[in-house]
Design a protein around this ligand. Structure first.
Ligand SMILES: [Zn+2]
Length: 300
């Protein structure tokens, strides 16, 4: 198992987990999934790296959390996102999404800007992908920054005129950001607690955070719902599967708290007083405040 390392204990509370699913990466149905997902040709490139490895899912009943016991090591993970995944297809998908959502994204960004009484609101998209969310905003009104590991995506983002912050030189941005967004990121990162430690360094004390992960609530409740498909648990990529409960538990343990319903309403009033109104975001924020794994939070 040269390309993987083992995490037998719960990543949240460190208690021993229960194995709820087990399969060899060389089993036919898992191979079929990987061939379909990555393409047969691409799968052939990394097939060897999966030999003698199990796709195991462990669950912590205390935290209502599932994780993959064997995670790809850094090099394999980097190759997976930077070389193996079809970049052209991923960019086309992101561009399409951008066309559909740019007005909505812009309105989301304005909402953030309106929360602060400063002319320079620093916004970080942590795990920015192709940078399209930031690119939707009016750059004269805020300073967009992206953190991204993939070299191809980084190059693309800087061509959009968005500043890239270097993972190895984050000390420049201590107490710097007013808003940090982590959209579909934390489920991919094996040691996600490191991210929360980083957030604490990068954020100003009134920083607003937004974190969204696939909702694994159903799967965590009922393991018969686990399937080999793109979803809340997914071989190689979705290493962590959160329920709303586990997500809030992690945030609390790491020194954060969910923004309350009352605070959400106040934030929308502030937006309104600055001449903006965003009903769909208000509805979404209220729903997220009570039901989802997309959470706005701040320091405790
Ligand atoms: Zn646990």
């Amino acid at each position: 198992m040269l390309e993987f390392y083992k995490t037998p204990n719960c990543k949240i509370c460190k208690k021993k987990g229960i194995r709820i699913y087990q399969k060899k990466y060389t089993d036919n149905d898992l191979i079929t999934f990987l061939q379909t997902y990555y393409g047969k040709k691409r799968f052939r490139f990394f097939k060897k790296r999966l030999e003698n490895v199990n796709y195991n899912l462990n669950k912590c009943t205390y935290c209502k959390f599932i994780w993959q016991e064997n995670s790809p090591k850094e090099k394999f993970s980097f190759d997976l996102y930077d070389k193996i995944i079809d970049k052209k297809e991923s960019l086309i998908k992101s561009k399409k999404k951008f066309q559909l959502r740019k007005h909505k994204n812009n309105s989301e960004i304005n909402f953030i800007i309106n929360q602060f009484n400063t002319d320079k609101v620093n916004v970080l998209d942590f795990g920015a992908g192709w940078g399209h969310w930031l690119y939707s905003g009016d750059k004269s009104k805020f300073s967009p920054y992206a953190l991204e590991m993939s070299l191809y995506r980084k190059k693309y983002i800087s061509n959009l005129g968005i500043k890239i912050i270097d993972y190895n030189n984050l000390s420049k941005y201590k107490n710097f950001f007013h808003f940090i967004r982590l959209d579909q990121v934390v489920e991919h990162v094996d040691n996600f607690k490191i991210i929360f430690k980083l957030l604490k360094k990068l954020a100003i004390k009134d920083c607003i955070f937004y974190l969204s992960v696939p909702d694994g609530g159903d799967i965590i409740q009922n393991k018969s719902k686990i399937k080999l498909e793109k979803g809340a648990v997914q071989p190689l990529e979705h290493l962590n599967c959160f329920s709303r409960y586990s997500l809030i538990k992690v945030l609390t343990l790491e020194g954060f708290k969910k923004i309350s319903f009352f605070e959400i309403i106040n934030m929308h009033l502030k937006n309104l007083l600055k001449g903006e109104i965003n009903i769909s975001l208000l509805m979404r924020d209220i729903k997220d405040c009570f039901f989802s794994t997309s959470i706005k939070f701040k320091f405790r």
